[in-house]
Ligand binder design. Sequence first.
Ligand code: SF4
Ligand code: SF4
Length: 453
Amino acid sequence: MRTIPRNNSLFKESVCTRCGECFHYCPELRLSLKIAKQEIENLIEGKVSHYVLLHCTTCFSCNLYCPNDCKPYQLILERWNDLYKQRGAPPIYRFVCPTIEHNLWQMLQVFMSSEEYLLINRWMNQIPKDSILLIGNYLHLLPFVFGNSKLLDNFTPVDLLDHWECGGYLYQGGYLDVVKHIAEKCKQDFNMWKVKEIVPALDAVHWMLTAVHPNEMGVLHNCEVVNFHELLLKKIKKSEIIFQNNLKRVVTVHDNCFSKAGDGRYWDSPRQILKLSGCKIVEMEHNRKDSLCCGFGSGASWNNPFRIVFDIMAVSKRKFQEAEATKADALITYCGGCLYLLWASRELFGNKIDVFHIIEIVRMSMGETIYYPEPHVRRAWDLITIINYHLLMSLLRKPFWIDKISLDEKILESKRYLGLRILRKLFDVPIIRILYRKGFRIVLPKMVTPRKF
Ligand code: SF4
Ligand code: SF4
């Protein structure tokens, strides 16, 4: 794929005093000031990073710690982009590339129920109208979260896998040159559809469309982009969405990485919605600007491709420990990406705290019946099966470069995946599930990337 020029990086090298505060206060790294100063120096000079590029969970917090608003996070992304150009993406990353054969969405089709299949097909073949709800790649994995909810009567849901969440998860991994291509494709599609208003289900996508595409990629969209949670809140307050049930739950809130991008605007609406639904919120030790990653972001700082899954799970384990320490009875996420990762983690570590997407909370408050936890448990094991397949395949594969961003319909054609189906059936056998969990927990500490700090 040819490289097309992006705007200059947002990192303000001329204002950076190299004080190291960004990485010193980082909730993941907590580097000593001495090491933190050395690390920022190394990143600016393009020298080897011994800490940040190896253990960063791409959580955005360092931007909020910098006293001079230098945007050190964008410097990290630039350095990962440099590394990507040299060494490619790790073999296992193929599974989140919708344009490459045997990706997650293609493989998941063999496990989806006919109702789920119908839903996503409807969303994927929807004719876009003036105003659309972008479902996106993550909620595509969990169509039961929206289901046939009356909530969708308020929107025209559109689901395109080759928008890659408008480049959101590639951006976080530093695949910046690829994101530029995706931004151009999004613009082409939106223009072709003549869409006037876009409501992305993810705050991450809202940020990509309103800030990253125009400011970092040089791609300005000609339509209004409305924040989903702010819109939901407005509709609830105006009684366009009516809450019938007071849920009376004690919950804690997971603030996702992208939620830290919008100067705090993404933290408040989900909390207000929860309060209106009758939930009492108890905050985790790390919340809002200090929030810990669900684990997913840990894959960005890969070094040894085989350790990626274990690094992700180790970070996720810490998130659950914090959530359970609050004694809340449910952990609420307002990001679909975090949701599927948290559920896979919950199944592997045997956590007891309930995990809901905020849409499920809204639906229960509206008086709708949601099926819980069965579809989440089932999907978690579907995903664990697919990840195991890719983990094994990654032993035989080399790093790669993403050379195609548009989806070839053939890729989504259903395949038999006999081996995958057998493995999935095995995971339904209780004793195998128990043994797998035990084995995973024993192996995990030995497989995570060792830390020198
Ligand atoms: S980016 Fe900000 S916090 Fe980090 S070293 Fe530079 S001035 Fe200090
Ligand atoms: S993005 Fe998050 S984990 Fe990475 S260095 Fe910044 S604060 Fe730390």
